[in-house]
Structures are given as C-alpha cells and as structure tokens.
Design a protein around this ligand. Structure first.
Ligand SMILES: *Cc1c(COP(=O)(O)O)cnc(C)c1O
Length: 362
C-alpha cells in the first residue's frame, strides 16, 4: 500500500474521484471495447463536451486527443509551419518546443528570458515572417508564468496570419483564456487534471485547420496519421485515427463531470487561495524562498522555491509523513523544490505539507 501524497509537478496526485472511476471502468470492461463502437463514441463525446463546458471553449475550436504534449509540439510544426516559427523561451519545456521546430527543419527564431523569469511583452519583437508564435503560460521547470492579460496582448503584436500557440500543460483549467485572442491551447492530463499520464489534448481553432489544409494542398508533407485534417475527420464522428488511450479518455470525461459539478470558478478560487498560502509560507521561511522574483510571474499551479537544504534532504523528511514534493529541474535538482498546486491537492493536504515543510530547519 502506498499512502504517499504526491506534490510532484506531474505525474502528480490523482484527482480524488479517479479510483472510483477506475473501478467502474473495470466493471464496464472499458479496456476491451472497440474504438469503433458506439460506446467509445459516447466516451469521446462526453470528454469533449465536458472540456468545452469547463473551459467555455468557443465553437470554432476543435478538441483532439493525442499521445502527449510532446507530440503536439511536433504536430504543430508539421501542420502549421511552412518555414518559420517564433518561440518565447524561459525554461526547459519552452526550449524543447523551439528545438523541435529546428529538428523538423524549420527556421525557428527565439526570444529568451533567463530561467526563473517571466517576459516583458513590450520588449518582444515578433518577426514579420513568423507563422506560429509559441507562448508558454506556465513554465513547469522554473515556476514562471505568463499572465493571461499578457497573452491577450500578442494578437496585435504578431503578423495578421500568424497562429498563436499557448502551452498550458501544467496550468489548465486554472487560466481563464480569451480563446478569441489565441489559436491553439494544449495540455496533458497528468498535470492539473489529476489523471495517469498518456493523453495529450490539443485545442485548435479554424485558423489552424485552414493553415494545415493550405500546407497540404501546396504539396508539403504535414505528417501521416495525426495531421489536423485526419484528426478532424475522425473527431467529427467522435472517433480517433488510431486505437487511442480509451481508458484515459473515459477517466477524463468522468473527472470533467466532477470538475464541472464543482465549477471552474471554485477550482480557480481554491487554486489561488492555496497558492497564496504556499507563497506566504515560502516568504516567511528561513530555508525556502520563492524562486521567481516578480510576484506577477509566479505560477499558481507549479510553485518553485529555492532551498538552502538539498531537495533530497527535504524529501527525506517529508517521506516520514508520506509526502513528496518535486526536486528542482535539471541543474537545479538539489537547490530548488517544486510544489504542485493542482485541483487534486485539497486545502487540507496543502496545510499538512506546509506544516511538515516548516519542520525543516537549518
Ligand atoms: C509536462 C509538460 C510538457 C510535456 O508533457 P508530456 O505529456 O510529457 O508530453 C510540456 N510543457 C509543459 C509546460 C509541461 O509541464
């Protein structure tokens, strides 16, 4: 039996209703049903409509299920970039998208901010030739976020036909996006949706669809099985191209029902209240301090702290109480900790974590 509460930034703690939905999935033999059956179409439709409701997604957006956010980086470049993309980079995940574009032979341009910092939108010049502009709402490696008001300022700052992509992998459903001001938003379910890994969700509007068709009609390869037109053709019948992660799509639909019952506003308020508690603790601690200096760039969902005691020692102490936080990312492995503040983490669990972190003294 494992009673640990995972505050790791993904995979993380599962949403509290997942075990019961998993049992029901086994009772219904969800793992054995055909992905061409009516039963699967209902599972797909339930997940899609649950997501549309929770995110208040406009009708011009499509919802596609793929393998991961990492896959979406590759598909986005293949389907939406003929020559040139432009990337805001301030950590490992945003950098990986940029590298993917170069690996696929595109001319990728970059505007870089130091690790742990947000972006000053006024100072960013988007090239006239950029076809895709990659923004990162929440950089999980460093804990820096981009406020939605800043994201909304890009439409006027990018070429008229450029597509604005937003990585919200470790923050949705927290940010209340204005979906008319962006073109694609994507996430994977093992972060804020509290599910096992292995499912990426790609939201694209009609402009992304049109660009993919334009590239395809001009004779360019836009990939094979997961092209946007192929994804749409199947999604219109509540199906997927390949045999998908049926179990996870089922679980997502169920968790979305639970989240919609709770209400996205309540989820957002709870997220903010817990984040405020965590940051207050960090600011008062003599071991930990917020890693991101500017308060408006501090993530509410993946909170990163500098630590004067090695992260492995912190986790050794927490393990006595069945608690675990994330270590720092990459070269910050021991000098930082990362605390996930997802909808799966209850206010009581956060309080318990802060109490035990408070016992870690120099
Ligand atoms: C986790 C993460 C990804 C990658 O997600 P996968 O599901 O592992 O492909 C991308 N971007 C951010 C910000 C992430 O936190």
């Amino acid at each position: 039996m494992n009673n640990k509460i995972y505050f790791t930034p993904g995979p993380s703690e599962l949403y509290h209703t997942v075990p019961q939905h998993m049992q029901e999935a086994m009772a219904q033999k969800i793992g054995s049903i055909s992905h061409r059956s009516k039963q699967f179409q209902e599972i797909f439709a339930r997940a899609e409509s649950g997501l549309r409701e929770l995110l208040q997604l406009p009708d011009e957006y499509e919802v596609f299920f793929v393998a991961s956010a990492t896959e979406i980086w590759e598909r986005a470049i293949q389907n939406n970039v003929r020559q040139e993309s432009f990337h805001l980079v301030n950590g490992s995940f945003s950098k990986r998208f940029y590298e993917t574009a170069k690996e696929l032979g595109r001319e990728a341009q970059v505007h870089e901010a130091p690790f742990g910092q947000g972006f000053d939108v006024e100072s960013i010049n988007v090239p006239e030739t950029a076809e895709l502009v990659a923004l990162i709402q929440n950089e999980t490696s460093s804990g820096a976020c981009m406020p939605v008001e800043d994201i909304n300022r890009f439409r006027e700052r990018v070429p008229a036909d450029a597509l604005i992509y937003v990585d919200a992998v470790s923050s949705l459903p927290y940010p209340a996006f204005d979906y008319a001001k962006v073109d694609s938003v994507y996430f994977s379910v093992q972060k804020c949706f509290g599910l096992p890994a292995g499912l990426g969700v790609w939201l694209v509007n009609d402009r992304c669809m049109a660009k993919a068709r334009e590239l395809q009609e001009s004779g360019l390869s836009i990939g094979s099985y997961h092209t946007l037109p192929a994804l749409l053709e199947k999604a219109l019948q509540s199906q997927t191209v390949e045999t998908p992660n049926v179990l996870n799509i089922y679980l997502l639909g169920k968790v979305l029902e639970d989240m919609n019952r709770k209400g996205v506003e309540t989820i957002r308020q709870e997220t903010e209240a817990k984040a405020a508690q965590i940051y207050t603790f960090l600011e008062q601690s003599n071991v930990f301090s917020p890693a991101v200096q500017q308060p408006q760039h501090r993530s509410k969902t993946t909170i990163v702290a500098n630590t004067t005691i090695p992260a492995s020692e912190v986790n050794k102490h927490l393990a006595k109480y069945d608690l675990q936080v994330g270590s720092g990312y990459g070269k910050y492995k021991e000098t930082q900790i990362r605390i996930a503040n997802f909808p799966a983490h209850s206010p009581e669990q956060v309080e318990q974590l802060l109490e035990k972190l408070g016992e870690v003294e120099r």
